[in-house]
Design a binder for this molecule. Structure first.
Ligand code: 13P
Length: 251
């Protein structure tokens, strides 16, 4: 299984800034990208085209949309469709990021709809899951992982092409806080994720990458990558600067 080293730029960077950063990432990684690793960048919508122009035609580099609305087209002011992302060469899209769930009120069910619709339209989907601090304190990590996976994958079965699906475990309390989950917390949550994926998707589950996200930086990335069932990372803050992201990517 290829490891996915993903950058989520969230609401950062104009098209001009994004193009510069993407160029610098490619330059810094020249000859250093391990054959079993792919780079995946999620720019804001307005910068996708600029990033695509830089990454296009480079093996091992992909880009995607941070969000979409699960409809073909229509009166949905402020939204974009999977087809619009595909038209810009996006291979991937995120669904269920905690900021979509907790800032914009997206339900488990809507996340499931997005995953199913995106896959049906030909996007590869990264389903984000993860518990809030109060849920961890209440010993509910496994329960949250199970519930979010069940709902997020409600429209997916074991016939799914494994390369078209990834799960990102991002504990909400570790996002943007500098507080990275410890190795045991990550291992435990990723193992629970794998077990649940097997229950939902049978043997296909073993070929689906499980990414960790939450305060990943160059100093901790390799240690996290060495843990069982960690098949990549989804990086926010530390992906914004090319030197720091390119310090996370290579093996
Ligand atoms: P940080 O790396 O800034 O903690 O963000 C993680 C994240 O939300 C990636 O999607």
């Amino acid at each position: 299984m290829k490891k996915l080293m993903a950058a989520n730029w969230k609401m950062h960077k104009t098209a001009t800034e994004a193009e510069e950063t993407a160029r610098e990432v490619v330059r810094l990684l020249d000859g250093k990208l391990a054959g079993d690793r792919s780079v995946l960048i999620f720019p804001p919508f307005t910068a996708i085209q600029a990033v695509a122009a830089v990454l296009s035609g480079r093996p091992g580099y992909y880009w995607g949309g941070q969000n979409f609305h699960p409809k073909d087209e229509g009166a949905f002011t402020g939204e974009v469709s999977p087809e619009m992302l595909l038209d810009l060469g996006c291979s991937y899209a995120l669904a269920g990021h905690s900021e979509r769930r907790w800032v914009f009120g997206e339900s488990d069910e809507l996340v499931g709809e997005k995953v199913a619709f995106g896959l049906q339209k030909g996007l590869r989907m990264v389903l984000c899951i993860g518990e809030k601090l109060e849920e961890r304190k209440a010993d509910k990590v496994e329960e949250v992982i199970s519930r979010q996976l069940e709902a997020g994958l409600a429209g997916v079965n074991e016939d799914v092409a494994p390369e078209s699906l990834a799960v990102a475990y991002e504990p909400v309390w570790a996002i943007g806080t500098g507080e990275v989950a410890g190795p045991e917390e990550i291992s435990e949550a990723h193992t629970q994720t794998r077990v649940k994926l097997r229950e939902l998707l049978g043997n296909t589950a073993d070929q689906i990458p499980i990414l960790y996200g939450g305060s990943v930086k160059p100093a901790n990335a390799e240690q996290i990558m060495e843990l069982d069932n960690v098949d990549g990372v989804l990086v926010g803050g530390a992906s914004l600067a090319a030197d720091s992201f390119s310090g996370i990517v290579p093996a």
